[in-house]
Design a binder for this molecule. Structure first.
Ligand code: FES
Length: 106
C-alpha cells in the first residue's frame, strides 16, 4: 500500500510499503529516520509514529504491551492521541493512503 509519510523535516513523501510487512520495516528501509532497533519486539520505541486522526480508528487497537512501551518513551518525547509503534502496524491494502508523521527520536 502507498502510505504518506511526513518526515522530521516536515516534508511529505509517498512510500510504497509491501503488504504483509510491518510498517516499521518499510519506514526503516526508506531511511525515514525510523530505526526499529529491537526488530519489532516492542522494547525500543524507536519506531514511534503519529497516525493521522482520520486513520486512527481504522487501525487495530493497541495491545497492552504497545501501550506500556509508549508510556515508557512518553518520558522522553511527546505522545499524541495518534501515537503508535509502527512495528505493530501491519501494512495491507486497507491502509492505502495511510497518513503518518515520524515522531522525534528517542
Ligand atoms: Fe522496537 Fe517497534 S521496533 S518497539
Amino acid at each position: 500500500a502507498v502510505v504518506r509519510v511526513t518526515g522530521r523535516d516536515g516534508v511529505e513523501r509517498r512510500l510504497d510499503a509491501t503488504n504483509g510487512c510491518a510498517l516499521m520495516e518499510a519506514l526503516r528501509d526508506a531511511n525515514t529516520g525510523i530505526d526499529g532497533t529491537c526488530g519489532g519486539m516492542m522494547s525500543c520505541g524507536t519506531c514511534h509514529v503519529y497516525v493521522d486522526a482520520d486513520w486512527l480508528a481504522k487501525l487495530p487497537p493497541k495491545s497492552e504491551d504497545e501501550q506500556m512501551m509508549l508510556d515508557a518513551i512518553g518520558e522522553l518525547v511527546e505522545l499524541e492521541p495518534g501515537s503508535r509503534l509502527s512495528c505493530q502496524i501491519q501494512v495491507s491494502e486497507a491502509l492505502e493512503g495511510l497518513s503518518i508523521r515520524i515522531a522525534p527520536p528517542v
